[in-house]
Ligand binder design. Structure first.
Ligand SMILES: CC(C)(COP(=O)(O)OP(=O)(O)OC[C@H]1O[C@@H](n2cnc3c(N)ncnc32)[C@H](O)[C@@H]1OP(=O)(O)O)[C@@H](O)C(=O)NCCC(=O)NCCS
Length: 193
């Protein structure tokens, strides 16, 4: 039996749904105007920190999770079908490029910029920063709280273990873990065994 109260709740539910869809639409329009590029069905969740939005390009079906920080000095290019973990931080110097189908666990940090520590007689923070290129290939999984340092290339299909600090290039399809990150094994060899 349909009661008055059921009707009332259905109407409230419908109104809430319309409001949510409208807010989503306004957010999409906002980001489409202010970002360098954002592809279709990509989502920027709440609480995201974005500086220099025109230097950021995001492909299709990508989720920039809540509390992610995107800080470009140089361009940040994120491919399609990617997800950034909650609370991840991306700071780009020359370029920070992320392929398609790349997934970051929560709390990851990826940099393509360094402070200049070479001369002990001058203040590090007063010197120009060192801008580099950090490139992450397609189909990479970066575990929670991993750190990828500036200038690193991560080959396609690689896995970065939770908590790893990546200081050297990561070969395609390898699994790296630890601090500093070392190759645990290669996914390709597992498949061909
Ligand atoms: C890297 C990873 C995928 C490897 O998984 P796996 O192949 O099943 O690895 P195993 O559990 O068989 O461990 C193999 C060895 O590596 C070590 N190891 C595994 N993950 C490690 C990590 N993150 N850091 C350091 N060592 C690690 C294990 O202790 C083990 O060492 P041992 O041989 O000396 O005992 C996994 O451990 C991991 O870190 N996943 C990320 C999880 C995550 O962050 N999820 C968030 C949601 S996206």
């Amino acid at each position: 039996m349909v009661t008055k109260s059921t009707n009332y709740h259905s109407i409230l539910y419908f109104i809430a749904l319309v409001i949510i869809k409208l807010v989503e639409l306004v957010r999409r329009i906002f980001w489409a105007i202010f970002l360098g590029f954002i592809g279709k069905s990509s989502v920027i969740e709440g609480g995201v920190i974005i500086r220099n939005p025109k230097m950021i390009s995001i492909g299709n079906n990508t989720i920039i999770a809540a509390q992610t920080s995107l800080i470009p000095i140089g361009p940040i290019v994120i491919g399609s079908h990617c997800t950034t973990g909650i609370g991840s931080v991306f700071i780009s110097g020359k370029i920070l490029s992320i392929g398609d189908w790349v997934h970051f666990g929560p709390g990851c940090k990826v940099f393509s910029v360094n402070h200049d520590i070479r001369n002990v007689h001058s203040c590090m923070m007063a010197k120009p920063i060192i801008k580099e290129s950090t490139i992450i290939g397609d189909n990479v999984w970066v575990g929670a709280n991993a750190v990828i340092l500036s200038g690193i290339h991560v080959g396609k299909g690689a896995v970065i273990g939770a908590g790893a600090v990546v200081t050297k290039d990561v070969p395609a399809y390898s699994i790296v873990v630890g601090v500093p990150a070392k190759v645990l094994r290669n996914r390709m060899i597992e498949v061909t065994k």
